[in-house]
Design a protein. Structure first.
Length: 194
């Protein structure tokens, strides 16, 4: 009984920390056209790569739910359903879709023993997450603004590709480093593979 309570408390702590990190990542925002530059992708990759599947998904969907309910957790300290159903809201929806895609990839592709192979696996999950976010954001931007595919790509995705690849690499590297540096997280990763 005590062990189950401790595990629940650990899960709640992971989720709370992840939601706080996602919020701070969103608040670091630089406007670049219709879609602002934020650190959300880096933090999202970090969370999905580091935390167990259940905690990662609860964190991402908890973050999206808080934002949809009006808590100012999104870029520009915004919140509300309008942020999700607006022209750039598809990128937020893509966070949820991408987190699910990454978790499914991680479930299918068990964590290998070599460090290089683990990095490749984490990078593939992060790429799936980023591609999902881009696809959802691109489609919603086209649907709500009337932009053509090329114009929506040029406005909502092209300016961010290089920066997002860098953020993904940093997020993966941070997750791998922290997982090795913090003994409690090594135990979590061992449980994930059991």
């Amino acid at each position: 009984m005590k062990k189950a309570s401790l595990k629940r408390a650990e899960s709640v702590a992971f989720c709370g920390l992840a939601i706080a990190l996602l919020t701070v990542g969103a608040w670091i925002s630089i406007p670049l056209g219709p879609v602002p530059f934020t650190l959300q992708i880096m933090v999202l990759v970090f969370v999905v790569t580091l935390f167990p599947a259940r905690e990662a998904l609860c964190s991402v969907f908890g973050y999206l739910l808080l934002g949809a309910l009006g808590v100012p957790v999104f870029a520009g300290m915004k919140g509300g359903l309008a942020s999700i159903v607006g022209p750039t809201g598809g990128f937020l929806v893509g966070f949820g879709v991408g987190a699910v895609a990454a978790v499914l990839l991680f479930r299918i592709w068990r964590e290998p023993s070599g460090a290089a192979a683990r990095f490749v696996r984490a990078s593939c999950g992060a790429a799936a997450l980023l591609a999902s976010s881009y696809a959802c954001g691109w489609l919603q931007l086209m649907a709500l603004t009337g932009m053509g595919p090329a114009a929506a790509f040029a406005a909502g995705i092209a300016p961010f590709i290089v920066l997002d690849v860098i953020k993904v690499a940093v997020g993966v590297a941070l997750a791998r480093t922290i997982a090795q540096a913090v003994p409690a997280l090594r135990v979590v990763h061992a449980r994930k593979q059991a």
